[in-house]
Design a protein around this ligand. Sequence first.
Ligand SMILES: NC(=O)c1ccc[n+]([C@@H]2O[C@H](COP(=O)([O-])OP(=O)(O)OC[C@H]3O[C@@H](n4cnc5c(N)ncnc54)[C@H](O)[C@@H]3O)[C@@H](O)[C@H]2O)c1
Ligand SMILES: CC(C)(CO)[C@@H](O)C(=O)[O-]
Length: 317
Amino acid sequence: MDVLVFGAGSLGTLVGALLARAHDVTLVGRDPHVSRVREGGVRVSGAVEARTAPAATTKYDGSAADLAVVAVKSFDTAAAADALGAGSFEVVCSLQNGLAEETLAARLDAPVLAGTATYGARLVEPGHVECTGVGRVVLGARSGGTDPRAERVGKAFRDAGIETLVASDMPRRLWEKLAVNAGVNAVTALARVENGALTDDPGRELARRATRETARVARAEGVSLSNRRALSALDEVVTATEANRSSMLQDVDDEKRTEVDAINGTVVERAERHRLDVPTNRTLAALLRTWEVGRGVRKAGGGSVPPESTSRGESRQ
Ligand SMILES: NC(=O)c1ccc[n+]([C@@H]2O[C@H](COP(=O)([O-])OP(=O)(O)OC[C@H]3O[C@@H](n4cnc5c(N)ncnc54)[C@H](O)[C@@H]3O)[C@@H](O)[C@H]2O)c1
Ligand SMILES: CC(C)(CO)[C@@H](O)C(=O)[O-]
């Protein structure tokens, strides 16, 4: 397969480098990472060891590919979709947190699959990504059911040695993941604690409220996700990742913009459509957005501040 990976940061570089074991892969990312990949390929270390040499570019030129994998942070999804609009793909698949596939589908002609990834990835330095945990990619039709394109993409991932499940219940899986992230990410980021702090009150109860609210909104959206199922997923993730610093806490530590809009912000927005009140998610989203504006990584109106003008003057690699 010809695969384009749009968003060669931590996850995109890991997935792209692993896919390059079996396919022709092009990474779309930013310098200095892209230049380093062009010079010496990608080194994967940690839970998976590999060295591969995908092509890499900072500017997608509209070349066609069989598959485009989208792995930008959620606030860059619309821009990624606009760039991908120049190309033609048999299928596009998001591996992002949140409900990014809806943004992609609204902007692209190509069919879009939903996907989630529980692999852990960290860009250590340009050209070098660490796999911090072998997880699983789950992908499938974004409205549920079967889709031969999902089977083909699943096989392509498995052929490259990536643990992959093709699922027919992606809406429930996406909302269940959103319900867990709504409970874990903002609470740990605001309280500056590892996920394990949510095994006890008051963190536990706060996280459970955000998760319960999300499950209620999912049901209003027609997705079958009981409170019980969502809360048990929350408990499982908190226990399995006790020592982890959530992705949102890491963004806060690094003074980077977070994915709060795609997580608690999405819950609030969808709740409004159904005239539901989600006070915990509303408060968590407002607090995180206040932090982002205060740290200068978010404009007061909502947009991203260009990386070069953030307080640390770093690119968002
Ligand atoms: N890192 C993980 O372990 C992990 C695991 C599961 C899910 N995710 C999800 O995957 C998504 C990506 O996360 P990440 O940690 O890899 O983020 P990241 O910030 O490391 O990577 C995103 C990359 O996209 C690049 N990018 C954005 N717009 C671009 C553009 N127009 N052109 C070229 N490059 C562009 C950025 O420079 C950055 O390097 C998020 O939604 C995250 O929640 C991450
Ligand atoms: C599962 C999770 C909450 C574990 O930290 C992860 O999705 C994260 O950090 O975003």
